[in-house]
Ligand binder design. Structure first.
Ligand SMILES: NC(=O)c1ccc[n+]([C@@H]2O[C@H](COP(=O)([O-])OP(=O)(O)OC[C@H]3O[C@@H](n4cnc5c(N)ncnc54)[C@H](OP(=O)(O)O)[C@@H]3O)[C@@H](O)[C@H]2O)c1
Length: 234
């Protein structure tokens, strides 16, 4: 696709943060946007969007959503369900849920939605800077993100000519860090900005702009785009 007008987009994890910004922009460009998440009733819907329930850890819910929505032109899968902490403390079910959100669920999205996508369809997956810069307590995040990059490459080959791209954000002020509290979050953002070459943290707008480019550039597939302010080099 080279334009979003009139195209149907499924945004999994689009009820908050970066996904909500993508939904807002895509709706403004004339796309028919369906936002999917585990709590559709709680989503504050941007204009020209609607919500549907879908849990990436539950294949039946993915199959049901596919039947309910019908064919889509693009899927943006940016759910995250974190399981951070020292390896010795990790709970197996939380680890599985985190990998469901990043890897297994996106594979099942491809299974249930790709067969009815058009040849110019697009799938956008989400990695993150922890893939290139794993730190203590981030084993699951780093693994899930790296797997999402590999999955984008593999799907791009198998589903061709449907295009598949992974986006790898750096630290983004998306709301996901708000639970730290203002003081700790602001300190974290300041130290992140001081260390990365862009000298700032990112915004949801920074990432949404690249996602819209990835959706509409017909020669882009089988790759990961790092939108991280150079954070993986810091
Ligand atoms: N923010 C950052 O600094 C940063 C950095 C690097 C990478 N990223 C990546 O960028 C993406 C978006 O980040 P964000 O900060 O915008 O995230 P966010 O606000 O935390 O959003 C995550 C979304 O995932 C959904 N979700 C979680 N588990 C799900 C499941 N099993 N099934 C369906 N939906 C599920 C949540 O919706 P429900 O709870 O309603 O289901 C939520 O809307 C993520 O993949 C994240 O890893 C972000």
């Amino acid at each position: 696709m080279t334009s979003l007008a009139g195209r149907r987009l499924l945004i999994v994890g689009g009820g908050s943060g970066i996904g909500r910004e993508i939904a807002t922009r895509a709706g403004a460009e004339g796309a028919d946007v369906v936002i999917a998440g585990r709590h559709p009733e709680k989503i504050d819907l941007p204009a020209r969007t609607r919500a549907i329930g879908l849990d990436l850890a539950d294949e039946n819910s993915i199959a049901a959503a596919s039947s309910a929505i019908g064919p889509v032109d693009a899927i943006i899968a940016l759910a995250a369900d974190h399981a951070n902490g020292p390896v010795a403390s990790l709970d197996a079910n939380r680890v599985r849920r985190a990998l469901d959100a990043k890897v297994v669920g996106p594979i099942l999205l491809a299974k249930h939605f790709a067969p009815s996508m058009p040849d110019d369809g697009v799938i956008v997956l989400f990695s993150g800077v922890a893939s290139s810069r794993p730190g203590p307590d981030l084993v699951v995040m780093a693994t899930g993100n790296r797997a999402a990059e590999g999955l984008a490459d593999a799907l791009a080959v198998e589903l061709a000519p449907i295009r598949v791209v992974a986006i790898s954000p750096g630290i983004i002020d998306s709301g996901a860090w708000d639970a730290m509290g203002d003081e700790r979050r602001n300190e974290f953002f300041s130290s992140t900005a001081a260390a990365n070459p862009a000298r700032r943290v990112g915004s949801p707008e920074d990432i949404a702009a690249v996602v819209l480019m990835a959706l509409t550039n017909p020669f882009l597939t089988g790759t990961t785009i790092h939108v991280d302010g150079g954070g993986r080099l810091a």
